[in-house]
Design a protein around this ligand. Structure first.
Ligand SMILES: Cc1ncc(COP(=O)(O)O)c(C=O)c1O
Length: 431
């Protein structure tokens, strides 16, 4: 390798395997969020960056007793290998959760337990897509899904969304254009509820339209729904899977409604795809962890999980309100859609400012966010930032937005020094 004149010697010194990697690994990069984590988690920084659920209200003392009891009685199962499809008890339990979003026909055999929905996104892409195939996805897109899609060398084609989610007419047009260009459009990956990062929710009217279009062109819908039970007003939207069982792979997770540490999520798929998912799960991990799954079933069986989720909804609503109020006060010249649930506000900053360039200055001012560029794979998004309200208290959120406003204000002044026309008429001067 050292003799290869095309490889700079500096790179070889740093990584003796440079040049040996599979093509699929070449595009792998630490996500902008991962790179941020170390600094953003310092106590003096108000982090509006991560999507960590707040776990301070979990009944850990009681849960510890129940889990200890479970281990005493069933330790030999909990610490043993299990089924590649997942624990039958848990597969039965998740049916009750899905019923809350209108999925009433699923059977335990339709369910596959996976290591977090992140793993589910990986498995379905592995099963469905060859390099060069097209996956349609909302723009902006969940950053973790983008990473998976890149690693499988598929082409991610953006479909525009607005406050009511994916726009059906644009979806159809995009499929037609891609087919004309000779591309195989394999899947539509969508986060219909309280989208990460856009905060938008697909309207009830659009849901059947999207399904109809996908059916018409034989495009599989992958419905990723980790936030669906976290509506601030307690209402749920019918899952896309509740309209159709053949054309949709549904995915949900315990990460946001209970806790992410167990890494337990589930998928529901039509029989052919389900079989492949089980095989792919087996080849990736042999089986999901029995201990994790049994910890979750212990929780579900012994605690009032519905009121726990209700409690979380109330808490996240309060935090979202706090962020919305603080934004109105400190950053009135930015724009955003106030979400009806979930964890995120997608903030549009004034034209001429660049969220990615500004980030080091924000960290210096002790506030962190994720630049909108993380949610596109083509460099777009610098005019947006994702602000998470899930983890900090309302007081910290307020302080974080105040700090952010000083950074944006300064940035604005600096940019206008060089380009006086930037943002003209958009900035509302504060008295
Ligand atoms: C839309 C979406 N899908 C999947 C995930 C990953 O969830 P899990 O912890 O179940 O892997 C997240 C986490 O933030 C998410 O926002």
């Amino acid at each position: 390798m050292a003799d290869n004149p095309n490889i700079p010697s500096k790179v070889i010194r740093n990584d003796p395997w440079f040049g040996s990697y599979a093509k699929r690994a070449e595009g792998m990069r630490a996500s902008e969020i991962r790179a941020l984590f170390a600094v953003a988690n310092r106590p003096e920084v108000v982090s509006l960056a991560g999507g960590m659920p707040y776990l301070g209200r979990m009944p850990f003392d009681e849960l510890a007793d129940q889990v200890a009891d479970m281990l005493r009685k069933q330790g030999q199962v909990a610490w043993q290998y299990g089924s590649a499809q997942g624990d039958p008890h848990l597969r039965e339990d998740v049916l009750q959760i899905m019923e809350l979003e209108g999925i009433k026909d699923a059977q335990p055999d339709d369910v596959v337990i996976v290591n977090g929905s992140q793993s589910g996104i990986d498995l379905i892409t592995r099963v469905m897509c060859d390099p060069g195939d097209v996956i349609l996805a909302e723009a902006p897109n969940y950053v973790g899904a983008l990473g998976v899609f890149q690693s499988f060398q598929v082409d991610v084609v953006n479909v525009a969304m607005d406050g009511d989610g994916l726009i059906p007419e644009v979806l159809e047009q995009t499929i037609i254009e891609q087919r004309k260009a000779g591309k195989q459009v394999k899947m539509l990956y969508t986060v219909p509820n309280f989208h990460n990062p856009a905060g938008a929710t697909m309207s009830r009217e659009r849901r059947p339209k999207v399904i109809e279009i996908a059916k018409k062109y034989h495009v599989l819908i992958v419905e990723d729904n980790p936030y669906g039970l976290l509506a601030f007003d307690g209402q749920t939207y019918p899952a896309l899977r509740s309209y159709d069982s053949e054309g949709i792979v549904y995915m949900s997770s315990f990460s946001k409604i209970i806790a992410p540490g167990m890494r337990v999520a589930w998928m529901v798929a039509p029989p052919g795809i389900r079989q492949k998912l089980v095989l792919a799960n087996e080849s990736a991990i042999l089986c999901p962890s029995n201990m994790s799954q049994m910890t979750i079933t212990t929780y579900l069986d012994n605690f009032d999980w519905k009121s726990q989720i209700n409690d979380y909804r109330g808490m996240y609503k309060e935090r979202c309100d706090a962020m919305d109020e603080a934004l109105k006060e400190y950053l009135p010249y930015c724009s955003w859609l106030k979400p009806k649930g979930g964890f995120y506000i997608w903030l549009k900053i004034p034209d001429g400012l660049n969220a990615k360039d500004m980030l080091p200055r924000a960290i210096t001012a002790k506030v962190a966010y994720v630049s909108g560029t993380a949610f596109y794979d083509d460099g777009q998004g610098a005019d947006h930032m994702r602000l998470s309200f899930c983890y900090p208290t309302p007081e910290r959120i307020r302080e974080g937005v105040r700090r952010l406003s000083t950074v944006i204000d300064n940035e604005f002044d600096t940019v206008r020094l060089f380009e006086p026309e930037v943002g003209t008429g958009t900035r509302k001067e504060r008295g």
